[in-house]
Design a protein. Structure first.
Lengths: 360, 110, 380
C-alpha cells in the first residue's frame, strides 16, 4: 500500500549560513544563571568558588559562619532585583529585609543588624522610593532589627530596572543550634511551614505580561519567629533549615540532598499548594514545586522530633499551614523523588534554568 | 500539543470585532478569545482553553455520563473486595487488610 | 479545579489499572502521540502504576521537538535583528539551534519575549509600530486556529509590522509514517485529544482501517489516559481496529468547524521537515499567498539559512519510537538537559527529558558526571 517513506536524516541540505551571532557557545551570562537551578550552581562552582576558596564559603549555605574568638558570627548577603518593584502582597523592600533576615535565621543564628545598599536608576519615582523605604523600615521594626548602615548609588536610565537592593545581615550563632545543609540523615522528617508557590505566581502574573489576574499575594514574611519556635521545641534535633526562594521547594531539596549525600522522598498528595496557585500553574504549564517562595521554610528534623516540630511551626500564624511532606533516605545520593497521587513515582530534578510557561 | 485547561466563562463581550470572554480557572482569570465557540457558549459554561483561545465547550452531559461509568467500575471493585472478605472470613481465614484491598490486581496475569 | 481534578482521582485510576491488567492476555505496545500525554504519564508515575501490563512508546507529538533545525536557526537570526521583537511560546526558548538558542540571543541583546497567546504578540505589534514583531508560530493542529486568528486579525486591523514564522505540523501523516516503518512495533494509538478537539477524528478512520490499528482519542489527565489505554487494549483483545473517543467531553467527530474554517482560509497543507525524521509530504501548514505580507519567511531574507543535525543526536529514532532515550549513546553523556543536542532533551515533555529523571530513578547515581557510568549500566 502507498504511504510515506521516511528519508535519511543525512540527506538534508548541506550546511550554509548558521546562527549569525558571532561568539562561541557559553561565553555569556544567561538569565538562567540567576535562576537558582543547575546553571546557577555551575556558575558558582566553576567560577566563584575556585577563586574565593575558603572553608566557610565551601559550605555553600545561604550564609557563612565566622569565628570571632569568643563568639561565632553568622553573615549573609542577598541582592534583590525583582521586577516589578511592587507586586501583590509586597514590594522589593519587604523582600530585601525579610530575605536576608531569613537567611540568617536559617543558620540558626539570632539576627543582630542589617546593612543595605541601593542602586537606583535615574528617573525612578521618589514616591515609589519612599514606599519601598517605608516597607523596609516597618519590616525591620517588626523584626526588632536595626538597619545600621548603608550605601546608595545612582546609575543612568536603563541600567537598573528601577532599583536593585542588597542587604547583608549579621547574627549571633548559638552553640546548641546549628542547622546546616550537610546534616540531613536517613530517617529524618522533611517539613514545610506553609503552602508553596505564592510569591512566584503573584509576581509572574503582573510581570510577564501574560495577562492573568490571580487571587494570590506574595507570602513574603520574616521567618525568625518560626525558627525560634523550632529551637525552643527541638533544639539540636533540627538538622537543616532552608527558605526555598528562587527555584522553589524542588531546588532547595535537591541542594540539601546533594550536600548531605542523601536522598529525599516526598509524598505528593500532602504538599500544600493553594488552589489559585495550582490553577495558575495548570494554565501556564508550570510545576508549583519550582515556583519561588518568600515566606516558607523547609525544616529537616530528626524523626522523633517531627511531631513537636510540626506543632511548633503551627503555633505561629506564619506556620499555620505546616505539613510533614517527606523523609530522608540513604540514597541514591542527591536524588529527590515524589510519590504521586496515583501511587507512582517521579524524580523531582533540578531544572537547568528558570521554569517557563509552556503550551505543550 | 496539548495544554488545554477547562475554565468557566464569566463574561462575554466583543473586542476588535472578535467575541471575547473572561474565563475563570479556579481563582485565576484571563481574557480568552471565544471566536471558535461563540455560537454555543454563554456565561456559566465551561470551555477548554489553549493559548488564550477556547477550542471547545465542555460537554457536561458527556462528562457526567462517562464519569458515572468510571465510578461504577470503582464501586464494583469495592463490592468484589467486600465479597472476598466475607467469603474468606466464612472460610475461617483472616480478612485481608482493608487498605490493601483496593490496590490488588485481580484476574488473569498478562 | 472542575473538569480537571476529578480526572486525577486515585480510586478511579486504580480501578482502571486493574481492568487493564485483568483484560490483557499479553503485553501490548501502544503509542501516545501527544507530548502533553507523555508529560502526564511521566509526571504522575503512570508507567510505575501500569507495570508490565502495557508498553508505552512516546510518540512524536511534540511540535517543539520536531521543529526543524533550520527553522530554529531562522528564528535565532530574526531574534538577533535590532529592528525585531521576537515573540514565542516559552517552550521554544531553550531549543538548541546550530550554534545557540533564543536565551543566548537574548543575552547578546536580542529582544525575545515569551507570550502566552498569539494575540498578545499582535498587541505588542500594535503597541510598537516602529518595530517589527515576529511570532514563532509553532504547533500541531491544536494551535493552528489561534495562530490563524492572529494573522487574520492582523489583516483585518491593518497591522503591517507583524509577521509569523510558521512551523506547524499535522498528526495523521506522522502516524502513517510510523506505521509504514519496517520496524514499527506500535499496535494501537492514543490520539491527541486537543488536536482532535479542533480536527475531529474523521481523518483517523482510514488509518485505523488500512493499518488495522485501534485509535482512541484520549485526554490528558491520568484517568483519561488510563481509560484510553483500557479502551485500546479492549479493542486489541477483541480484534477490532476502530476509532473510539475517550475524550468525549471535548471532542466530536467533526471537531470544531469554525476553527477548521479559519485555519483553511489562512493556511494550506505543505511538505514539512520534521527534525530528526526528515521530510514528510503534506504534513505541515504554511501561510496561503493571500497572507504573504504576514509571512516572516517572505518578509525577511531567510533563504540562505540551512542546517544539518549533529550526527550523534538520535532524536529522530526516539521520536519514531525506534529506541528509548537511554539506548542513545549520547544520552546523559554529551547530551543532558543543560547541554542538549536535540529538542527531545530540552522540551519538558520531550521523551529524552522525561527519561532523564525516570532513568536515573531506576537505579543509578545522581549527578551529570556519573551519567556515563549509569547509561552503560542501564543499557546492559
Amino acid at each position: 500500500m502507498s504511504g510515506t517513506k521516511l528519508p535519511d536524516a543525512g540527506s538534508l541540505a548541506s550546511r550554509g549560513m548558521s546562527c549569525p551571532v558571532p561568539a562561541a557557545d557559553g561565553d555569556r551570562v544567561l538569565l538562567g544563571h540567576g535562576s537558582g537551578g543547575k546553571l546557577s550552581a555551575a556558575l558558582i562552582r566553576d567560577r566563584f568558588l575556585p577563586r574565593f576558596s575558603n572553608p566557610a564559603l565551601a559550605q555553600l549555605g545561604d550564609g557563612a559562619a565566622v569565628d570571632l574568638g569568643t563568639e561565632r558570627m553568622a553573615i549573609s548577603t542577598d541582592t534583590f532585583v525583582v521586577s516589578p518593584l511592587e507586586f501583590p502582597g509586597g514590594d522589593i523592600g519587604l523582600l530585601a529585609v525579610h530575605g536576608t533576615l531569613n537567611d540568617v535565621a536559617m543558620m540558626g543564628a539570632e539576627p543582630v543588624c542589617l546593612s543595605t545598599g541601593f542602586v537606583l536608576e535615574e528617573g525612578l519615582s521618589l514616591t515609589l522610593l519612599d514606599r519601598v523605604l517605608e516597607s523596609m523600615a516597618e519590616a525591620a521594626r517588626q523584626a526588632g532589627i536595626p538597619i545600621v548602615t548603608g550605601d546608595t548609588k545612582v546609575v543612568e536610565r536603563g541600567k537598573a530596572d528601577g532599583m536593585f537592593i542588597n542587604t547583608t545581615g549579621v547574627g549571633r550563632l548559638r552553640d546548641d543550634f546549628r542547622p546546616a545543609p550537610d546534616r540531613a540523615c536517613p530517617g529524618d522528617a522533611v517539613l514545610v511551614s506553609g503552602p508553596i508557590g505564592r510569591h512566584g505566581i503573584a509576581v509572574m502574573a503582573v510581570r510577564e505580561g501574560l495577562g492573568f489576574e490571580v487571587d494570590v499575594e506574595s507570602d513574603t514574611a520574616h521567618l525568625g519567629p518560626l525558627v525560634e519556635n523550632l529551637y525552643a521545641a527541638c533544639g539540636a534535633q533540627v538538622r537543616t533549615l532552608r527558605d526555598p526562594t528562587r527555584g522553589g521547594l524542588a531546588s532547595a531539596l535537591n541542594e540539601i540532598a546533594a550536600t548531605s549525600g542523601v536522598a529525599i522522598s516526598l509524598a505528593g498528595k500532602v504538599i500544600p499548594v493553594p488552589v489559585p496557585v495550582a490553577a495558575a500553574c495548570e494554565v501556564l504549564g508550570l510545576d508549583p514545586l519550582y515556583v519561588a517562595n518568600e515566606g516558607v521554610l523547609v525544616a529537616i528534623v530528626a524523626e522523633e522530633a517531627a511531631e513537636a516540630a510540626l506543632k511548633a511551626l503551627r503555633a505561629h500564624p506564619t506556620g499555620g499551614g505546616a505539613a510533614l511532606i517527606g523523609e530522608v533516605r540513604e540514597g541514591p545520593s542527591g536524588m529527590v523523588t515524589l510519590r504521586t497521587g496515583l501511587g507512582g513515582s517521579r524524580v523531582v530534578d533540578m531544572l537547568p534554568g528558570d521554569q517557563l510557561p509552556r503550551i505543550c | 500539543m496539548c495544554l488545554g485547561i477547562p475554565g468557566k466563562v464569566t463574561e462575554v463581550y466583543g473586542s476588535d470585532g472578535l467575541p471575547m470572554g473572561m474565563v475563570e480557572f479556579g481563582g485565576v482569570r484571563r481574557e480568552v478569545c471565544l471566536a471558535y465557540v461563540a455560537e454555543e457558549v454563554e456565561p456559566g459554561d465551561y470551555v477548554i482553553v489553549h493559548v488564550g483561545f477556547a477550542i471547545s465547550r465542555v460537554d457536561e452531559e458527556e462528562a457526567r455520563r462517562t464519569f458515572k461509568l468510571l465510578e461504577e467500575l470503582s464501586e464494583l471493585d469495592e463490592l468484589e473486595w467486600m465479597k472476598e472478605v466475607a467469603e474468606q472470613s466464612l472460610a475461617g481465614l483472616e480478612a485481608p487488610d482493608p487498605g490493601a484491598g483496593r490496590n490488588r490486581s485481580g484476574g488473569n496475569t498478562p | 479545579m472542575k473538569f480537571l481534578s476529578e480526572y486525577r482521582d486515585p480510586e478511579l485510576a486504580t480501578a482502571l489499572v486493574k481492568r487493564i491488567r485483568t483484560l490483557s492476555t499479553r503485553r501490548w505496545t501502544l503509542m501516545e502521540v501527544c507530548g502533553g500525554q507523555t508529560h502526564t504519564i511521566v509526571k504522575q508515575g503512570i508507567l510505575d502504576v501500569l507495570g508490565d501490563a502495557v508498553e508505552m512508546i512516546h510518540g512524536p507529538g511534540c511540535p517543539v521537538c520536531v521543529t526543524p533545525l533550520e527553522q530554529i536557526d531562522r528564528a535565532l537570526h530574526l531574534a538577533g535583528r535590532p529592528d525585531v521583537i521576537f515573540t514565542s511560546f516559552g517552550d521554544m526558548l531553550r531549543v538548541p539551534g546550530s550554534e545557540c538558542d533564543l536565551f543566548q540571543v537574548r543575552a547578546r541583546g536580542g529582544e525575545v519575549q515569551v507570550v502566552y497567546s498569539p494575540l498578545d504578540a499582535l498587541e505588542l505589534a500594535r503597541a510598537h509600530p516602529d518595530r517589527e514583531v515576529v511570532f514563532f508560530a509553532v504547533g500541531f493542529e491544536t494551535t493552528a486556529p489561534a495562530n490563524a486568528m492572529a494573522v487574520w486579525q492582523a489583516r483585518e486591523l491593518g497591522i503591517g509590522n507583524f509577521s509569523v514564522l510558521v512551523s506547524h505540523v499535522t498528526v495523521p501523516p506522522a502516524m502513517t509514517a510510523i506505521l509504514e516503518s519496517s520496524d514499527n512495533r506500535v499496535q494501537g494509538f492514543l490520539a491527541a485529544g486537543h488536536v482532535c478537539t479542533v480536527m475531529g477524528w474523521e481523518e483517523y478512520e482510514p488509518i485505523a482501517e488500512s493499518y488495522r490499528v485501534p485509535i482512541v482519542v484520549t485526554g490528558f489527565e491520568p484517568v483519561d489516559i488510563l481509560e484510553g489505554i483500557w479502551m485500546a487494549i479492549r479493542q486489541l483483545e477483541e480484534g477490532r481496529s476502530e476509532v473510539e473517543n475517550q475524550y468525549a467531553r471535548s471532542v466530536r467527530r467533526d471537531g470544531n468547524r469554525p476553527a477548521r474554517d479559519i485555519v483553511s482560509k489562512v493556511f494550506e497543507l505543505v511538505d514539512r521537515q520534521w527534525r530528526g525524521i526528515g521530510e514528510i509530504p503534506m504534513s505541515g501548514l504554511g501561510l496561503r499567498d493571500d497572507f504573504a505580507a504576514w509571512d516572516a519567511e517572505k518578509k525577511f531574507d531567510l533563504q540562505e539559512i540551512r542546517a544539518t543535525e549533529p550526527e550523534e543526536c538520535r532524536a529522530g529514532d526516539v521520536l519514531r519510537g525506534r529506541i528509548k532515550p537511554i539506548e542513545c549513546a549520547a544520552f546523559g553523556t554529551t547530551c543532558t538537559p543543560e547541554n542538549p543536542l536535540g529538542a527531545p532533551m530540552v522540551s519538558s515533555e520531550g521523551a529524552c527529558a522525561a527519561y532523564w529523571g525516570y532513568a536515573r530513578y531506576r537505579g543509578a547515581d545522581a549527578g551529570g558526571e556519573e551519567a556515563a557510568v549509569k547509561s552503560t549500566e542501564l543499557r546492559s
